[in-house]
Design a protein around this ligand. Sequence first.
Ligand SMILES: [Fe+2]
Length: 295
Amino acid sequence: MKRLNLEISLETVILFDLTLSFLAVLGLVFLIYGLITGHKWISYAMLACECILLYAIFVAPKRITISKYKEALTKYPKHWIRVVLIADIHANKKTDQARVDKIAERAKGLNPDVLLLGGDFVLWNSEDVAWLKPISQIKAAGKYFVLGNHDYLDDPQKISDQLKEWGLVNITNTGLSFRHEGAELRIYGLDDTQMGLSILPSADAQLILAHSPDSALCLKEGSGLVLCGHTHGGQIRLPLFGCISIPSKLGRRADQGTKIIDGVKLLISRGLGVVGPPVRLLCPPEILFLEIGLD
Ligand SMILES: [Fe+2]
């Protein structure tokens, strides 16, 4: 299958790695220079930069967090359905199986009724979906997925087939009624806005699984709650400023957490993997947990 244009090219990644290495070496040179010339403040500043850099590369991307939300869809909810969203793992040749196991373990601990997978299972190659078997083994009464833009770069059918073989249900452009312990939740899955073809849900959808927050742009005001990922929260965030850039038409408005865009309510996950620069700063990987109150 033909590889389509990548969101971030291999050249960009190499350029970033080279820049990062250059900065690390430059920092070390200044550190030594500061020590030799007695300008200790230069050494301290450079040491701090080196530490932040090492933390952002080796520690921060592995610190999995769980963000919990609660949303009642009715005034006096009698039932609560537990939903877990896992998005943007971006499995690739360098994927650490222990980290995938840890993600699955943390999600299992939340005892979800519904497991939603929001796409970008792989970085580039569809065969890397094989890393994600532990995710498919998370116990839940309903396990649904949609694909993300990265899943379309190689062979989306292969990814979809593998996930289906593991017992997950592809709900792209499909709606279903999830019934659990007397409650009913109407879920709809939207195709990716960049690479797929979205067919809009009917008005009664309560929960919409999408890959990107850009889906909000094609939904009507008051549509169901959209759960999505794709943005990674920007991956690198600065104190008081937030993310530097977001791969979304909505820009920084749709970085992470709860948002209302043109009357559409969204819950955006920071996702669990990285794209491009293999770093995260003030933006830890995230599993979303949402309790939905129903009649
Ligand atoms: Fe994405």
